[in-house]
Design a protein around this ligand. Structure first.
Ligand SMILES: NC(=O)c1ccc[n+]([C@@H]2O[C@H](COP(=O)([O-])OP(=O)(O)OC[C@H]3O[C@@H](n4cnc5c(N)ncnc54)[C@H](O)[C@@H]3O)[C@@H](O)[C@H]2O)c1
Length: 250
């Protein structure tokens, strides 16, 4: 595997305790970065921090991303531990289960929007001033092909990810002359613990839509996410990068 140049960079990964975020943390550490894992699951966070520590410098902050004060604290903790935040990867997310739009409960719908869209808004809001001070930054938002296409029985999730794509485009333009680039990726299904919150029928539906006829591997997601997190990504911002095995048509 090649080494992406992240030497000396501090990479914040929300949802880094497991799944795609964990794979991103592994590759970032193997690419010379130091890593701050932000996650709400304190026990899993500590376990992951311990496992990853053999690869490099890793800190962990227990944070509820929908809570402004919690996010502000995580920024302060991370700056105290690492001295800078060069990269922000908004990877935490939830599905909220599956059901038709009229069956899903309003509080479930709101929670999905809160975690998947308001969460990244709050982290960007808290981190961008630091990146402006540094004169450098890379932000990568993990959206979903569902945000482009709209999956049936997942309107809350699809709408949250479509919103995240919109946030990426707006923020990318706002920061275009500041050496802070903001991009999104739109993965198709990857077999992580997030599958535990979805029906088998929905998982089968997602696989049936992927021309490559297999699930995305977290390591494959990490490759693109970390290239977008590096200086090699220089003339793309507010852009959406496909990770759907051929599913997306735009
Ligand atoms: N796995 C897939 O099939 C797939 C497909 C497309 C997009 N995505 C997106 O990729 C991202 C990562 O997915 P994954 O499969 O690794 O999921 P995962 O469930 O394995 O990990 C998500 C992590 O986010 C954390 N988290 C959730 N809510 C949080 C909150 N409020 N505050 C802080 N942390 C919180 C969880 O504790 C968990 O560790 C998500 O945004 C997901 O929507 C995943």
């Amino acid at each position: 595997m090649n080494r992406i140049d992240l030497e000396g960079r501090t990479v914040v990964i929300t949802g880094g305790a497991r799944g795609i975020g964990y794979a991103v943390a592994q590759r970032a550490l193997n690419s010379g970065a130091s890593v701050a894992l932000w996650d709400v699951d304190a026990a899993r966070l500590e376990r992951s921090r311990g496992e990853l520590a053999e690869l490099g410098k890793v800190s962990a902050a227990t944070v509820e991303l929908t809570d402004e004060a919690s996010v502000t604290n995580a920024v302060a903790e991370t700056l105290a531990a690492h001295g800078s935040i060069d990269v922000l990867i908004n990877c935490a997310g939830i599905t909220g289960g599956n059901g038709t739009t009229w069956e899903l409960e309003p509080e479930v719908w709101r929670r999905v929007i809160d975690v998947n869209l308001i969460g990244p808004y709050l982290t960007c809001r808290a981190v961008v001033p630091q990146m402006l001070k540094q004169g450098y930054g890379r932000i990568v938002n993990i959206a979903s092909v569902a945000g482009k296409e709209g999956n049936p029985n997942a309107s809350h999730y699809s709408a949250s990810k479509a919103g995240l794509i919109g946030l990426t485009k707006s923020l990318g333009k706002e920061l275009a002359t500041k050496n802070i680039l903001v991009n999104a990726v739109t993965p198709a299904a990857a077999k992580t613990e997030i599958f535990d919150s979805m029906s088998q029928q929905h998982i089968d539906y997602m696989l049936s839509k992927i021309p490559m006829n297999r699930f995305l591997l977290p390591e494959e997601a990490a490759s693109l996410i970390l290239w977008l997190s590096s200086e090699d990504c220089a003339f793309s911002t507010g852009a959406v990068f496909d990770l759907s095995g051929g599913r997306a048509t735009y």
